[in-house]
Ligand binder design. Structure first.
Ligand code: ADE
Ligand code: ZN
Length: 355
């Protein structure tokens, strides 16, 4: 948090009318790990409910441990925290809490990652994971018109065989969750786990008709971004900020309008950038890339969608036009059917006309 406060507090504050413009802006979120929305308070409550012992005496002590030096230092805590999730109700409660936060930030559509292997490795049934998340998403859709989709992600520090086994466990559930489960992703420790490692399982998922995405170019080199596109055939790149090191790749990303789901507060907390004012989001946007803003693991990184938009707006001095470009890119990059996408884009247009 200190790093965040330092870099933001040294930039001039945003004008009140720009803050309210950002808060009200309709948004789509495309890079969100549901396990990364587990706030310390809920984590403690679930630990108590499930008799899980935590190595922290209080919520404050746990929050104080959220000082990361790189991706792995975060993942160690993130996987340990997920151990409190045991029942369908736990997954439901976590997802409901995320939906409430997102609705408050005017998120109109969210495509949500979940990591079944984090749970099946602990003996939790994959059906329990699907059921809890999906029940919350369906309730939010029916009650509030909150639109969402689920992207099942493989953990790249595990083997391709384990990814295949997870796919086999999940496929019998496909018909039951056809309204939500639309995609496959790849996350966890990037360095040393290149996209090629998952070439065969992604080829199978492609044959099955899933949308494909992968984390690449967060800590890993630009080659991982290229290989995610050429070997895995992904449609979006999660993070992708290190693409800037390769001008030919940048040109390609711009020409093909490959969406990048950038997560500014995550990049700061995981030391991918050391100062938000140096973040390359605006440079990539101006180079013609389809850049979007997302929250990644908001419970760990200091904020949800509005916090991410406000942080880049303040540190990079973004204009309303640039902010709207970011929001528009996200709606265009969703995996929604054309009519639903068009409706959200019209809503964005309406908001801009009114402001
Ligand atoms: N899992 C959760 N958050 C992640 C991130 N930022 N990068 C890779 N794997 C993750
Ligand atoms: Zn991520």
């Amino acid at each position: 948090m200190d790093v965040l406060m330092n870099s933001i507090s040294t930039t001039p504050p945003l004008a009140a009318d720009l803050i309210s413009f950002i808060e009200g802006l309709p948004k789509a979120e495309l890079h969100l790990h549901i396990e990364g929305t587990l706030e310390p308070e809920l984590l403690f409550a679930l630990a108590q409910r499930n008799n899980v012992e935590l190595p922290y005496a209080s919520v404050e002590e746990l929050r104080a441990a959220y000082a990361f030096t790189d991706l792995q230092s975060f993942l160690d805590l993130y996987y340990a925290g997920a151990a409190v999730l045991q029942t369908e109700q736990d997954f439901y409660d976590m997802t409901m809490a995320y939906i409430a936060r997102s609705r408050a930030d005017n998120v109109r559509h969210s495509e949500i990652f979940f990591d079944p292997q984090t749970h099946t490795e602990r003996g939790i049934g994959i059906d329990v994971v699907f059921a809890g998340i999906a029940r919350a998403l369906r309730e939010a859709r029916d009650r509030h018109g909150f639109s969402s989709a689920m992207i099942m992600s493989f953990l790249r520090h595990l083997s391709e065989e384990e990814a295949f086994a997870t796919l086999e466990q999940a496929l019998p559930l496909r018909a039951q969750y056809r309204d939500l489960w639309i995609g496959i992703g790849l996350d966890s420790a990037e360095r040393g786990n290149p996209p090629e490692k998952f070439a065969r399982v992604f080829a199978r998922c492609r044959e099955l008709g899933f949308h494909l995405v992968a984390h690449a170019g967060e800590e890993g080199p630009p080659e991982y971004v290229r290989d995610a596109l050429d070997v895995l055939h992904v449609e979006r790149i999660d993070h992708g900020v290190r693409s800037e090191e390769d001008p030919a790749l940048m040109k390609r990303l711009a020409q093909q309008r490959i969406p990048l789901t950038v997560c500014p507060l995550s990049n700061l907390k995981l030391c991918v950038v050391d100062d938000m004012r140096k973040h390359n989001l605006a440079r990539m946007l101006h180079a013609g890339l389809a850049v979007t803003v997302n929250s990644d693991d908001p419970a760990y990184f200091g904020g949800y969608m509005n916090a991410n938009f406000l942080a880049v707006a303040a540190s990079l001095r973004l204009s309303r036009t640039e902010l709207v470009m970011l929001a528009r890119n996200a709606f265009e990059a969703t995996f929604l059917p054309a009519a639903a996408k068009q409706q959200l884009l019209l809503e964005l247009d309406g908001y801009c006309m009114a402001h």
